[in-house]
Ligand binder design. Sequence first.
Ligand SMILES: [Zn+2]
Length: 229
Amino acid sequence: MRTTGAVLLVVGLLLGVVALNMDTSVATEAQSVGGITIPSVRVNNLGLMDERRNYLIVASVIAVVGVLLVAAGAIQASSSAVVGHASDQAAPDGSAESAGERRQCPQCAELIKREAKICRFCGYDMSEVLAAEKAEWTAFLTDQVRQQSDAVREHGDEVPAGQVFELGRRWALLFDQTGDPDHRSKALAAMRRAREIDPKCGEDEDFFAERRVEPYGSLVNDPEFKEFI
Ligand SMILES: [Zn+2]
């Protein structure tokens, strides 16, 4: 979008320059009136002046559209940097930028804590950003448990413990967002089943490796999850 805007801006400016340099005058024929010779002179031609005016209008419109596209592109880029990549299929990555402790305030551009509800520099209300992030994270987890449940079911009795534990972990993260008791029991059932297959599975992994949205209150304060987290 920004590239298109820049191209249009350049085209508009070039057209404007060409129009401004357009010669709108025409030469008159030399005339002889009553023995007095009127030499050929250049006079402005109304038709050509109209044409130049039209070119200038078109050039201005193209340039303005170009500027608007560049601005819209810049706004889009900065807002997607704030709410993360809604269309990403992959798990939210673990880099400091996307899953780390800080994010940029959309209003004053200062770095603030990821969980902050209000920007400490300018007072910007972050609740919309947080709600969008929570919705995105919940949708991602819902999609993941659906896919992984299918995969685990397909394996039957041959299913690897790690895969079952992973499914349970995702149910647990989902439960922490939804508070749904059904999600809780699915999480515990899957993680217990995984530990029956392999008592050590999931022990070395960071339970919250992909964490995106705080807090994890319902999870960390639940005694039945203690042995898995
Ligand atoms: Zn701010």
